[in-house]
Design a binder for this molecule. Structure first.
Ligand code: ADP
Length: 358
């Protein structure tokens, strides 16, 4: 149907009706007694009733029973010619689900200026409010992690520097003691740097600014290097099995993928038994390279298997960590067009699987 402005220059009623109908917002006409007289498609979508089901019925069918005073107040305002702007309230859908909505209700006048009814425009703000709540929660966690996790190493660094200053005056403070103290300071600052990088990565990911620097990379060599570096630094055994995948190149950001591997290996070592090695296995499929990191720990309970990928989520409060490792690892792998999943196991330990397109 083609619609155009009428020849007099005013919009034709059909055109206006089509505009109302195509709106995403619910647009409802009602009398001053609250009887529904018009109901657009946005209202059908938002509230789940068709126009035929509700025209002629009272608007109160949308109002939650625990808000009995709301409608009389609104109707009184309308009768006085006042409008209600962006009023944040709740409504009930046909299926009983409650929605957070923002409504603007205005009186409608006839040619003589008499108030003959009202129009209500409502928008579902449930998702928007949920997003705001999540963002606020994330900010709170961000601040709390920054406060607690940064303070511990910072305090250690500060205390050790004070100690060095005092010891410098002592004649028996030799180079070896100094080297040991400097090492403590270095470990503290390394932790601080890592933590800051992670916090910055979360913020880069949230704002879409995590850029990859890809180049053809020998993935098995990368895995082997990460495994031996980790084993050397931590003293925890890491085995690598990669039969058939040697020499295969994948177009990845080697630094970021190494970060992912280090994280998975570190988790496997942290949450698994100290006397069993972390086992890494690389396999080449037709389209993807599959890297599995397996430990012999107690596994991850069913109800936590998705949550562990959420930023700041931690299921193990008594082991060091901030709950960002898996979140960042998954985001990095996703940016490569791959996946990071927890493999369904038989309860014997935990296996994380990274799949990277070849
Ligand atoms: P962090 O280790 O700093 O807590 P992660 O994002 O790496 O953060 O992990 C989130 C949570 O997932 C951990 O707190 C832990 O409860 C669980 N988890 C991760 N890896 C393993 C694993 N290999 N075995 C058991 N639990 C794990």
């Amino acid at each position: 149907m083609t619609l155009k402005a009428s020849e007099s220059g005013a919009w034709s009623p059909e055109f206006l009706a089509a505009i109302v109908d195509s709106s995403d917002d619910a647009i409802i006409g009602k009398t001053l007694d609250g009887e529904i007289i018009s109901w657009n498609r946005g209202a059908e979508r938002l509230y789940g009733y068709t126009a035929a089901e509700v025209v002629g019925r009272p608007i109160s069918i949308l109002i939650p029973p625990d808000r009995p005073d709301e409608l009389p107040k609104i109707l009184a305002l309308l009768r006085r010619g006042e409008r209600v702007d962006h009023f944040r309230t709740e409504r009930v859908r046909k299926d009983g689900i409650r929605l957070a909505v923002s409504v603007t209700i205005s009186p409608v006048h006839d040619a003589e200026g008499r108030i003959i009814g009202a129009s209500a425009i409502a928008r579902d703000v449930t998702a928007q409010e949920h997003a705001v709540r999540e963002a606020l929660e994330m900010r709170e966690q961000f601040v709390s992690v920054a406060a607690h996790e940064l303070r511990t190493p910072l305090t250690a660094v500060f205390a050790r520097l004070q100690l060095i200053e005092r010891r410098l005056d002592r004649p028996d403070y030799d180079r070896q003691d100094l080297a040991r103290d400097i090492n403590v300071v270095r470990r503290g600052t390394d932790r601080l740097r890592l933590l800051l990088e992670r916090l910055l990565d979360v913020s880069r990911i949230t704002s879409g600014r995590l850029d990859l620097e890809r180049s053809p990379t020998d993935v098995v060599a990368l895995v082997q290097a990460a495994a031996s570096e980790y084993a050397e630094a931590s003293g925890h055994d890491v085995t690598v099995e990669a039969a058939g995948a040697e020499g295969i190149l994948a177009n990845v950001d080697a630094v970021r993928i190494e970060e992912v591997l280090m994280n998975l290996i570190d988790n496997a070592a942290k949450y698994g038994p100290a006397d069993r090695p972390v086992e890494v296995e690389v396999r080449a499929g037709d389209d993807a390279l599959r890297i599995a990191v397996h430990d012999h720990g107690s596994g991850i309970p069913e109800d936590q298997r998705e949550r562990i990928f959420e930023p700041f989520y931690r299921a193990n409060a008594n082991i060091r960590g901030v709950g960002l490792g898996l979140h960042l690892a998954r985001e990095i792998v996703h940016q490569h067009g791959g996946s990071l999943e927890l493999e369904d196991g038989d309860g014997a330990g935990t296996t994380f699987v990274v799949s990277l397109p070849r």
